[in-house]
Design a protein around this ligand. Structure first.
Ligand code: UN1
Length: 525
C-alpha cells in the first residue's frame, strides 16, 4: 500500500501540487483566466488536484505566440531542433517514475503501464532526434536537358493537437516530438480528464525550453469541454489539426477542418478483432488475448473487443479464457500484482453496464464478469460474452473491457467478420500455418491499419506508423514516414542551361508556330 503522503510528494516534485494554470507557452506558465477544472482519481472518486482552464482570450494569445514562434523555429536547422527534443528525452528519463505514477493516479493505469507510457515518450524523442537528420526528399530524373528536379520538405506551421485521456502523455510525444523536429510549434489541448498529467509534461518541457529561450514552440491550452477543440478545428492559423479520440469527435473535427481546406490527422476509434485458428499455439494466443482484451481496463483504442475462434477449439479456448479472467487481480492500480485498474469515470461504468445489458437482451451469454465492483472508484469486472455476429452491440465500440467471442468455420468467414465493422484500426491472427497468416496479410485479408500475426492487437511499438482505415480516420502518427503529415512538400525544377526546353515536348516560340513533338522522337531528316 502506498500512502497518500507519497502521492503528495510526487505531485509536488512534478509541480502539480497546488492549483495550476492550464495555459503555457513553454518558456513559462502563464495564469489562465478560465474556469477551474477538478481532476478526479478514478480509483477513489476523490479529487486529485485543480487546474485553471484557458479562456477564449487565453487560447487566442497561445495561438498568436505559436505563430510568432514559427517564424524563428522554421529557420532553426532541423538537427538543432532535434537537440531540444534530445534534452526533453533526458528530462523524461529523469522523471519516468514520477510521471508514470501520476498517469496511474489520474487515469488509473497500472504502475507498469503508466511507466510504459513515459517510456513510449522517451522512445519517441529518440526516434525524433534521429529523424531530425533524415527529413529526406527525393531527386527525380528530369526529362529536360540541363535540368535538376527534386522535392524538399518544409515546416508547415503551428499544429493543433487534441489528445485523449487513455494515453495522456504518449500521444503528445507521438505528435509533439515529430512536429518539433519538422519545424512546427504545437498547441496542445489535452483531455479534460487528464489535466494534471498534461501540466506535469508541460513543466518538464518548460525546463528545457526556458534554458534554450524557446517560447511558443511547446504550448499548452487546457479546456473544460470540447469547445477549445472546435475553435482549433475552425482556426485558419493552424494548418494541421491532429486529433485522437472517438469517431464522433473525429468526424466533427475532420469536417470542420476540411471546410477551411486545412489538414487533419485523425486517429479514432477501433473495434478490433483477433482470429484464433485451430492451428494456433493456444497457450500463446491465450496470454495475448487476455492482455489485449482486459489490459488497461479495455481502454485502449487498440483493445481487443471481438474474438473469432475456430469452432473446433472454441469451447476449450473459452473455458481457459474464463479461468484466466478469474485469476486477474482488479484493484488500486499502484498496487503490485494488480493487472486491471478502474475505468476513467462514472459515465464509462454506466456505458459498460448498459452494453452488457444490451448484449444479454440480444441473446449474448455472459461467460465471465459483467458487474461493477462494490467499492469506491470506477471499477468493473473484465467481461467475456459469447455472441454472434448478428448481435448489433458487437459492432459498437464500448470503451471498456468487454470481449465478444464468436466462432467460425472457414478463414474467409472469420476475415469477413473481422472486416465487417466501421472502424479499421488493429487486427490479429493466431496461427502456425503460413498460408493462413499470409492470407490474413494479403489484399483480401485484414482491412485494418495494423495487422499482426501471433501477437495481440494492442501494444504497438513507436517505430511503425500508427493509425487505421475507414472510420478510424486514415491518419498515421509516430514512426515510419508519419512525419510527412507535419510538413509541406515542395517540388523544385532548376534549369542550369541557356535554353528553355518545355516538358512534354511542348514548343512555344514567341513569334513562331506553336506545335507539340515528342522529346524522344527521332529527328526528321
Ligand atoms: C490509443 O489507445 O489511442 O498500440 C493508442 C497501443 C499503444 C497506443 C494506443 N501503443 O496499444
Amino acid at each position: 500500500m502506498i500512502d497518500r503522503s507519497l502521492f503528495d510528494e510526487v505531485l509536488d516534485r512534478l509541480g502539480v501540487g497546488e492549483v495550476c494554470s492550464g495555459v503555457s507557452t513553454g518558456a513559462a506558465g502563464r495564469n489562465a483566466e478560465g474556469e477551474a477544472l477538478v481532476s478526479i482519481n478514478p480509483s477513489t472518486g476523490e479529487p486529485l488536484g485543480t487546474v485553471t482552464t484557458a479562456s477564449v482570450e487565453d487560447y487566442d494569445r497561445i495561438v498568436e505566440a505559436s505563430s510568432r514562434a514559427f517564424g524563428e523555429w522554421r529557420r532553426t536547422p532541423p538537427p538543432a531542433r532535434g537537440e531540444i527534443i534530445r534534452r526533453i528525452g533526458l528530462e523524461l528519463r529523469a522523471n519516468k517514475a514520477d510521471l508514470g505514477l501520476l498517469v496511474t493516479l489520474e487515469v488509473g493505469k497500472t504502475r507498469s503501464e503508466g511507466e510504459g507510457e513515459v517510456q513510449e515518450m522517451i522512445d519517441m524523442c529518440d526516434f525524433a532526434v534521429g529523424l531530425s537528420r533524415q527529413l529526406y526528399g527525393l531527386t527525380m530524373a528530369s526529362e529536360r536537358p540541363q535540368h535538376r528536379m527534386f522535392e524538399q520538405w518544409h515546416p508547415l506551421g503551428p499544429i493543433g493537437l487534441i489528445t485523449p485521456f487513455n494515453f495522456p502523455v504518449a500521444i503528445w510525444a507521438w505528435n509533439a516530438a515529430i512536429a518539433a523536429v519538422c519545424g512546427d510549434p504545437v498547441v496542445w489541448k489535452p483531455s479534460p480528464l487528464a489535466p494534471l498529467t498534461a501540466v506535469a509534461v508541460q513543466k518538464i518541457v518548460e525546463r528545457v525550453a526556458a534554458a534554450s529561450e524557446l517560447e511558443g514552440v511547446f504550448n499548452l491550452c487546457i479546456g473544460r469541454d470540447a469547445e477549445l477543440g472546435r475553435m482549433m478545428a475552425k482556426d485558419g492559423r493552424l494548418p494541421l489539426v491532429s486529433a485522437t479520440g472517438s469517431c464522433e469527435m473525429g468526424r466533427s473535427v475532420g469536417q470542420t477542418v476540411a471546410a477551411r481546406l486545412g489538414r487533419s490527422l485523425l486517429e479514432l476509434g477501433g473495434n478490433n478483432a483477433a482470429i484464433v485458428s485451430e492451428a494456433a499455439n493456444l497457450d500463446l494466443a491465450l496470454r495475448a488475448v487476455v492482455f489485449a482484451a482486459a489490459g488497461t481496463a479495455g481502454q485502449r483504442c487498440t483493445t481487443l473487443r471481438r474474438l473469432f475462434v475456430h469452432e473446433s477449439v472454441a469451447d476449450a479456448f473459452v473455458d481457459r479464457l474464463r479461468h484466466a479472467y478469474e485469476s486477474i487481480r482488479i484493484g488500486d492500480p499502484w498496487e503490485e500484482g494488480v493487472l486491471v485498474g478502474p475505468l476513467i469515470s462514472e459515465r464509462a461504468v454506466e456505458r459498460m453496464l448498459s452494453a452488457v445489458e444490451k448484449s444479454r437482451d440480444q441473446g449474448g451469454e455472459i461467460v465471465s464478469g459483467g458487474k461493477r465492483l462494490d467499492r469506491a472508484g470506477f471499477f468493473v469486472e473484465p467481461t467475456i460474452i459469447r455472441a454472434t455476429p448478428e448481435m448489433s452491440i458487437v459492432s459498437e465500440e464500448t470503451f471498456a473491457p468487454i470481449l465478444y467471442v464468436m466462432t467460425y468455420s472457414s478463414l474467409e468467414e472469420a476475415i469477413d467478420g473481422q472486416n465487417s465493422v466501421s472502424p479499421g484500426l488493429s487486427s490479429a491472427i493466431f496461427t502456425d500455418r503460413v498460408t493462413e497468416a499470409e492470407r490474413f496479410l494479403s489484399p483480401e485479408g485484414s482491412d485494418c491499419g495494423i495487422a499482426n500475426v501471433n501477437t495481440g492487437t494492442s501494444g504497438a511499438e513507436i517505430g511503425g506508423a500508427f493509425g487505421g482505415e475507414k472510420d478510424t480516420g486514415g491518419g498515421r502518427e509516430a514512426g515510419s514516414d508519419a512525419w510527412k503529415a507535419y510538413m509541406r512538400r515542395q517540388t523544385c525544377s532548376v534549369n542550369y542551361g541557356d535554353d528553355l526546353p518545355l516538358a512534354q515536348g511542348v514548343e512555344f516560340e514567341v513569334g513562331g508556330p506553336t506545335r507539340v513533338t515528342s522529346p524522344t522522337a527521332p529527328p526528321t531528316p
